[in-house]
Design a protein around this ligand. Sequence first.
Ligand code: NOJ
Length: 550
Amino acid sequence: MIEDLWYKNAVMYNLDVGTFMDANGDGYGDFEGLMRRLDYLAGLGVTCLWLLPFQPTPDRDNGYDITDYYGVDPRHGSLGDFVEFMHQARGRGIRVLMDLVVNHTSDQHPWFKAARGDKRSPYREWYLWSKKRPKNFQEGMVFPGVQKTTWTYDREAREYYFHRFYDFQPDLNTQHPAVQAEIRRIIGFWLELGVCGFRVDAVPFVIETEGPGEKPLLRFDYLRELREFLQWRCGDAILLGEANVLPPEHLRYFGPEDDRMHMLFNFFVNQHLFYALASGDVRPLVKALRTTNTLPPSAQWGQFLRNNDELDLGRLTDTQRQAVFAQFGPDERMQLYQRGIRRRLAPMLGNRPQLELAYSLLFTLPGTPVIRYGDEIGMGDDLTLKERSAVRTPMQWSDEPHGGFSTAEKTVLPVIDTGVYAFGNVNVAVQRRDPESLLNWTERIIRMRKECPEIGWGTCKVLSTGSPHVLALRYDWRGNAVIAVHNFDTKPHSITLTAEAEQHERLVNLLSEQHSVADERGRHHIPLEAFGYRWFRVGSLQYILQREKV
Ligand code: NOJ
């Protein structure tokens, strides 16, 4: 039954166990700490957690360099703690999605150690080697400016190995049957422990064939094989893919037969959304929404504002990217990899009305919202930290030392303790007590999002507003409809929704008492303040009450 697709209306929350809550006082967040914060997350309205990698790791890329796929890094606790945590999460109706990082391992993984140390080791073929330095050894780096090559000479192996990311992350040969069998074992292992699916890291690179001098091919069939296996083991588990690719490619990742990724992050909309926030002009965003609007029935977008990485603007035109840099990352220190901004949402936007606008939009974009931990309280960034660590500082719980994150002397990364975003000013405890805080506002908007299932399930249509600054989206599902209107400009605007939009005399405002009644020609005139937003249900209040009775 189609209602069983739970992810269509989930509220996802992305966190790193290592920076969320430290219960044992060693300076690293752990599963015990996360467990103690489950009621906070349930109260916020979160229904699904996406955990960043928590397996054993030398931690040179925030855990995306794994040395054992079947364990928990001792800094975060034990496998036993993980299972306890899963039990407690289930008790609160919270699902858990975890990262599947199988494009590469750490160079400290026993497989790579065996592979580099012995040509005859069965693990040798698990990685990609070249006797000579390939001509393209300086092409295709994901972290330009920091990463120098994609093929690096290994003295021990006496050959070059391929690494799409940092040189300490050798790529696995994912075409090899034994590697594929191991990936299935990893998936099967964590499914048995209760996860509801995987955020699949670096999907385009996982399915890409890579050999010295070879023209890479994308093996989309492999995605179908992964999904088949996953769903054979656990019918309602999902794959949420990280694939920052252009719109014509999206369908190939979802599968034209609706049989590959269940979800993809919508990087394309994300970047155009930031352009709209920076410029006040929604037209490119409208285009991005239109070009990503047609999906197979079981497919769904993951919509987000910020994530664990830099804000990647690589898909914008140069002029658009410069406009976003100028507004949100003018200082070179704020920019990264020649394409992005390493800042958190709150300091970029800098004011509450625009923050609310951005969040209100996140919860009314077509797809499932994915929140980044700490954004619900408006946490800041620390630009003194290296690369993406700027946006990965520990969660700020209170005004106690280290923001209540840890009782240790030193923490995994320093908690922000200076300036407007210092933990003394921005923390959960203070905001919990203030009914007008961003935290309580977010909780209310999440509640409203859950009461509008049309957004997750329905068909989305961009309505014409007659203004380049105002975006209006309408969702229809089972005879019910919701309209969301957002003004991206620093000035107020009034827009008119024509009868084409809803053909209903009344639009019920879901967030305040300012309902809209159509004029004699069936048009709705909607005044919006600077950065103003409205959520309307199409129809009379009585109609809604009837709906609620059902
Ligand atoms: C994407 C992750 O979000 C990023 O943090 C990581 O560096 C790369 N994949 C490599 O695993």
